[in-house]
Design a protein around this ligand. Structure first.
Ligand code: NAD
Length: 478
């Protein structure tokens, strides 16, 4: 199998080590062999990004737009093939994988437009005879570090704005899922991106990630991943005074009030907790259910989740794919065991043998739980959700907010009063009313509060807060 190489300075560089990319639906399927970068490769990538930076920063907006627009169009035109690649490497079912690919294509097209919308302000001075201009410039060389669970969308929503606003990039995708980021790198080159503007260095966080964090010429880091790694990234960035943006975990609540439409509540909660095998930072893992609707909600959820067809990601009958790897599956099973130890009633959650040798787990629902249990405070990141019974809206809001995280929060209700109050009082970056906690548009800001996020928002035109730096110029008109 031909090794998929790192991209450094416009050249495909094989590197000294390699790693196989294994399909979690069928471990006998090797998707590809990928180069593993060393710290010296990161240095070469940064040197290439530095050399390319000045020219890319001043390239006319139309040319930048055209490269990003062509990239978006190519991703969209290849959505079936790239979606299948994504489903094979990450394990989400094909329709979800194609949906994610479409999102990535649209993100590139949105930021192509942003190249043409990079405006500034002309401000009156408080002194006579002076004009003030406030303009935005690229931050420089951006280090991008991404997780495995959205292997095409997350790289896209970081790479596209970085390039649109004139930065050059050194990108390290998750070592579990390098194939989609590698495909983006190939497409960017095909679409005319000058060598060195975008560099891909694949491999382990402890080697490649650390080398990116340590490099003095990288001026900003955009990271998505777990809280522990995120905190480490932030500390490292402070030491070298890098600008930093972190998107991390979630323990997202969905409140279900007595007046909810049960169909809407059950389908929202099913989607939120179990689609993409629960491996979404915006997945809901705490259903906070008012006592009047509680028993019927649990009965219907149990029925619906037991009917979910779990199987290989590319099987058209599958409604939920496998867990991403053995390590994550073992971690999920530990939480299922912990739920029992903590006194919860556990429905489902067992490992099982699928039609192929993969990492298959049934969805788990933990009932009879309270919010202080570890299963309700720690991110599990698998197909596991709890039900917490509450007496009224006030208690529901208090429980929803009683968490160190604050990414997405949902409510199912037919009351305008409670929906409006929840929108105001939920301590979260995203609020969903009668909708799943996951599933977001690509052109509006995305991010959380508290332990879920740090730094400026991602996506939409708000992305410029991170990927640009403001300059205030004073000109004497006398
Ligand atoms: P992770 O923290 O293990 O890894 C994320 C990335 O950091 C990977 O590329 C990894 O190789 C790299 N890394 C690891 N150690 C490093 C180090 N010492 N220095 C530099 N880089 C290092 O996370 P994961 O398991 O890949 O992803 C799952 C997590 O991501 C979950 O917690 C999930 O909630 C979170 N996530 C958050 C969002 C969001 O937008 N909030 C979106 C998706 C996933």
């Amino acid at each position: 199998m031909q090794v998929k190489a790192n991209l450094i300075g416009g050249q495909w560089i094989a590197g000294q080590a390699t790693q196989e990319n294994i399909n979690p639906s069928d471990t006998s399927d090797v998707i590809g062999v990928f180069a593993q970068a060393a710290a010296e490769d990161v240095s070469s990538a940064v040197a290439a990004a530095k050399e390319a930076q000045a020219e890319w920063a001043v390239l006319d907006a139309q040319s930048r737009h055209d490269i990003l627009d062509r990239t978006g169009n190519t991703i969209l035109a290849r959505k079936e093939e790239l979606g299948a690649l994504l489903a094979r490497e990450e394990g989400k079912i094909l329709p979800e994988a194609i949906g994610e690919t479409i999102r990535a294509g649209n993100v590139f097209k949105f930021f192509a437009g942003e190249c043409l919308r990079n405006t500034g302000d002309l401000v009156s001075s408080v002194r006579p005879g002076i004009d003030i201009e406030v303009t935005r410039e690229p931050v420089g060389i951006v280090g991008i570090i991404t997780p495995w669970n959205f292997p095409i969308a997350i790289p896209a929503w970081k790479i596209a704005p970085a390039l649109a606003y004139g930065n050059t990039v050194v990108c390290k995708p998750a070592d579990l899922t390098p194939a989609c980021a590698h495909a983006i790198a190939e497409i960017l080159m095909e679409c005319g991106l000058p060598g060195g503007v975008f560099n891909l260095v694949m491999g382990r966080g402890s080697i490649v990630g650390e080398a990116i964090l340590d490099h003095p010429d990288i001026t900003a880091i955009s990271f998505t991943g777990s809280v522990n790694t995120g905190q480490h990234v932030a500390e490292k960035c402070l030491q070298t005074m890098k600008k930093v943006q972190l998107e991390m975990g979630g323990k997202n609540p969905t409140v279900v009030l007595d007046d909810a439409d049960l169909e809407v509540a059950v389908s929202s909660c099913l989607n939120s907790a179990f689609f993409s095998t629960g491996q979404r930072c915006t997945a809901s893992s705490r259903f906070i259910v008012q006592e009047g609707i509680h028993d019927e909600f649990v009965r219907r959820m149990t029925e619906e989740m037991s009917a979910l067809k779990i199987g290989p990601a590319l099987d058209p009958n599958s409604q939920m794919g496998p867990v991403v790897d053995e390590r994550q599956l073992v971690s999920n099973l530990k939480y299922v065991a912990l739920a029992k130890e903590e006194g919860a009633t556990v429905i489902g959650g067992e490992r099982f043998d699928g039609p192929t040798t993969g990492f298959y787990q049934k969805p788990a629902l933990f009932t009879d739980t309270h919010n202080k249990m570890r299963i309700n405070q720690e991110e599990i990141f698998g197909p596991c959700a709890s039900v917490i019974k509450v007496k009224d809206f006030e208690e529901a809001v208090a429980v929803a907010n009683e968490t160190e995280f604050g990414l997405s929060a949902g409510i199912c209700t037919q009351s305008l009063k409670y929906a409006a109050a929840f929108k105001k009082r939920a301590q979260a970056g995203l609020v969903m009313v009668n909708l799943p906690t996951a599933g977001i548009d690509y052109h509006v800001p995305f991010g959380g509060r508290k332990g879920s996020s740090y730094g400026p928002r991602e996506q939409g035109s708000y992305a410029k807060e991170f990927y640009t730096i403001v300059k205030t110029s004073y000109v004497s008109t006398g």
